[in-house]
Every structure is written in C-alpha cells, then in structure tokens.
Design a protein around this ligand. Structure first.
Ligand code: SF4
Length: 446
C-alpha cells in the first residue's frame, strides 16, 4: 500500500478541476464550465428536490427514495481549504491503520490527495480487501461503489460514503422494480426463462454493469446472471452467450452496444428496452430475434462527447490519439483511435513514448490529473467545457473531514450497508464475474 504523499500536493493541485472552475467563475480564466454553480459548496444542493446538482448529470432526475445527505455542520462549510486539508491529515494520522480512504479516478483532486488508493470502482473495492484490519473504509466515490465495497468487505468493517447524495445518475436509471417488470414481460415472450434449449442455453441471461445498485446485482445473482466492468464486458458477454441465447444488459446502453458490436452482433439484434413502454418499445418478433436487449440508460458525463469534438481535435492536433471510454455513444467510439476503461486509458498513456498527444473522452478530473502527471505528453479533454460528474463532485474535503473526525470521536456516520437478502445473491453475481476475469488494484501514486 502506498499512502498519498502530501509533498505531491502542489503538483496534484495544478491538475485541479475545482481550481479551474473557480478561475472560470471569477473571470480569471477564459475557459467555460457547464455550470457556474459548481464553484459553490455541494452542501448548497444536498437538499435540492429534483436533480443531482451542478455538473454533467444536473439534468438527470433523482429517483424518489434515493439517499439524501443531511446538513453538513457549519464548521466544515465555513472552513478554508487549508484548514480542511490539515483536519483531514490530522484525523487520518489519529486513526492510523483503523481507516482506509479510497478515491475514485473521477474524484476531485482535493479529495484524491488524501486517498490511500485511487482507481476505478472495482479496483478500489478489491484494494480495500488488502486492509482487512481497517475498521472503516471511507469510499470517496458514489453510492453503488460503497455498496460494492460493503459486499466484499468483512461484516464488521464499516463502509462510509462521505456524502449520501453522491449517487450515480446512470445507476439510478435502472431500478429493481422496473427490471423485475421487464423480466416478467420477457417471460411472456420467451416462455419459461429457466428452460434450456438443445444447446443447454436458457432464453436470456441478465448482465448488469458494475455501475448499478446492489439490489440489481442481487437480481442478476438470483436469475443466473453476472456483473461486468468496462474492462471485462466482452469476456462476460462471451460467457453469458455460452449459457444463454441472449442477454439483457443494464443499465448502460452504450457499453452494451459498443461491446456487442465489437463482438459482431448486428444493431438490429440489439433492441432498446424503454421501461416506460410495453415490451420496452419493441415487438415480440424483434425480441425473439434479439441477441442483446439494451436498457435505456446512459452516463451523462460520457454522453457529452461527440464526433465533432474528435474532428476538431484531429484538425488542431495532427497525429493526436483519441482515447474514449466505452460509455460514450457508439459513433464516438467508432471515430476514436481506441476505446477502453479508465484503467486502459491510464495504462495507454503510461506506455506511450514521450511527446505523444492524447485527446481523452472521459471524466475531466481524471483527464486533468493525467495531464499534470504526464508533462512529457500533451493531454487534453475532448470536451472543451469543464463539466465534471455531478455526483462525484458531491464529495468535497469538508465531508471527508467530517466523517473522519466523527470516526476519531468514535462515531460512524453515513454507513452504507447492503441487507443480507440482497448481499448474498449480489456476491454470487460478482463471483461469477471474478471467475471470468478479475481486474487488478492500483496503489495510490502508481
Ligand atoms: S461518471 Fe457517469 S457512470 Fe460514473 S458516477 Fe458519474 S454519472 Fe455515474
């Protein structure tokens, strides 16, 4: 394990999206942001009624019943950045090995600099396994990530999400009742969903992206399905096709479409399932021909990337390599030089010869951090507008300081716990994925 070194903070802060937004909002920078409200503290939006707050997901609607954050104590809202960093460092020092702090790739730098591990959601959940003696796992990510860490950690370990309003708009686009209803409608079309054909395959295997609630992972586990990440989606689909005639893929239509297309599945065999329409908006005949049924979900961060942005990057930077995440729409993935997970993007940049130029289609916090960490390359975000993930942005150093100081005082706040009746089948779905291909953890600073 590598602890984040505070001496690296000036370098990290040079990559800060938060700082970029503040400069834009004060007119000190000529850049643009999707929302000037990003310059305010997230606590100003915690009680908001309908959206996720400023950032890329701000137009998405929060489902009823989504966890909401209570009021952050005023001392943390009023503290300066320096005060918060000092309080976080002091609390971590007091807690020592009793706590492990995980920071997602898309998290703001002011939080990531305090993380013991940085990585994608599944890498971080696995990284926490290397700290079985830690009493608390503070997950600086979003809600489904904390749930996954709770599924994989020991029961006595408390998984803490510093801001309960840090959900994921894409994960929230597929709720358990809508998926149950879909399953019933598919049963009406395909007949008994547990009956096998002459090749030993059932009519449909449910596959959920890691970016989904524990309830959906549990649904998948109960119905013979499997979880996938953006790193192993193809491997998982291949395994699913060995056991099923077709796949129901949720919640991200783009990852499902891009992966299946690369495997040779035609677009005609990938109908979209819109949960608001009978049979998802398809006919029974279309569903009978389907190979992959795509849930009507998307990531508002990756949906911002366009083919025009790629054309502009190629024109302004001849020889540029365009790398995008597979949550981007299919035309963007097709126009890019390569598409892959955040881990793929990080490793591609690390492996490139000095002097390379990259235009990246993924969340801005990771892109700016990569640009700062790799001065030997020119790295920029495809989207010229600074527009971070709204929900990741809900984790501010003020919340991290609060949960850590509460731990020092002996109080566990914002604990995320998955009930046993959900956890058992959800773990089964994760275990099926691990049997397919486990991704590796990345220590902080790697
Ligand atoms: S970047 Fe997209 S998928 Fe990831 S947490 Fe944000 S909204 Fe969810």
């Amino acid at each position: 394990m590598t602890l984040a070194d505070p001496r690296t903070a000036p370098t990290r802060l040079a990559a800060s999206v938060d700082r970029s937004i503040r400069l834009i909002s004060t007119g000190a920078s000529s850049g643009s942001t999707c929302s000037p409200d990003l310059a305010n503290g997230p606590w100003e939006f915690d009680g908001g009624p309908s959206a996720y707050g400023p950032g890329a997901s701000m137009g998405d609607v929060i489902p009823a019943g989504a966890p909401r954050q209570g009021s952050l104590p005023e001392a943390y809202r009023r503290a300066t950045d320096d005060e918060l960093h000092a309080r976080i460092r002091a609390a971590k020092q007091a807690l020592g090995d009793r706590v492990v702090v995980l920071g997602h790739f898309y998290q703001r730098d002011e939080v990531v600099q305090h993380a013991d591990f940085v990585g994608d959601s599944f890498q971080l959940a696995n990284a926490a396994l290397t700290r079985p003696d830690a009493e608390a796992i503070v997950f600086c990510g979003v809600h489904f990530m904390a749930e996954t860490a709770d599924l994989l950690s020991r029961p006595e370990q408390a998984v803490i999400l510093p801001n309960l309003a840090a959900g994921c708009s894409m994960a929230d686009m597929a709720d358990e009742s809508s998926v149950e209803e879909c399953w019933e409608q598919l049963e009406a079309v395909y007949g008994d969903l547990s009956a096998v054909d002459a090749d030993g395959r059932v009519p449909v295997i449910p596959v959920t992206y890691m970016n989904s609630s524990a309830a959906l992972k549990g649904f998948v586990g109960r119905h013979g399905g499997i979880v996938c990440t953006s790193s192993n989606a193809r491997t998982v689909l291949e395994q699913a096709f060995e056991r099923g005639q077709r796949v129901l893929f949720f919640p991200d239509q783009h990852l499902g479409r891009n992966t299946a297309k690369a495997m040779g599945v035609s677009l005609e065999q990938m109908p979209m399932w819109n949960p608001r329409r009978p049979l998802g908006g398809s006919t029974a005949e279309e569903l009978a021909d389907a190979r992959v049924i795509l849930w009507h979900g998307f990531c508002s961060v990756h949906k911002r990337f366009t083919v025009d942005q790629i054309a502009a990057a190629r024109e302004s930077h001849p020889g540029v390599q365009v790398l995008v995440h597979p949550e981007c729409p299919m035309p963007v993935v097709d126009a890019a030089d390569a598409a892959g997970s955040t881990d793929f993007i990080v490793k591609a940049i690390q492996a490139a010869p000095a002097g390379s130029t990259f235009a990246i289609g993924t969340e801005i916090n990771l892109v700016q951090r990569l640009a700062a960490e790799h001065p030997e390359h020119e790295i920029f975000c495809l989207d010229p507008v600074v527009c971070p993930c709204s929900t990741m942005y809900r984790i501010h150093p003020g919340y991290l300081a609060w949960v850590l100081e509460e731990l020092v005082a002996g109080n566990v706040v914002n604990r995320i716990t998955v009930p046993a009746d959900v956890a058992d089948p959800a773990r089964l779905a994760l275990e099926r994925m691990l049997a397919a291909k486990p991704p590796a953890a990345v220590p902080a600073g790697a």
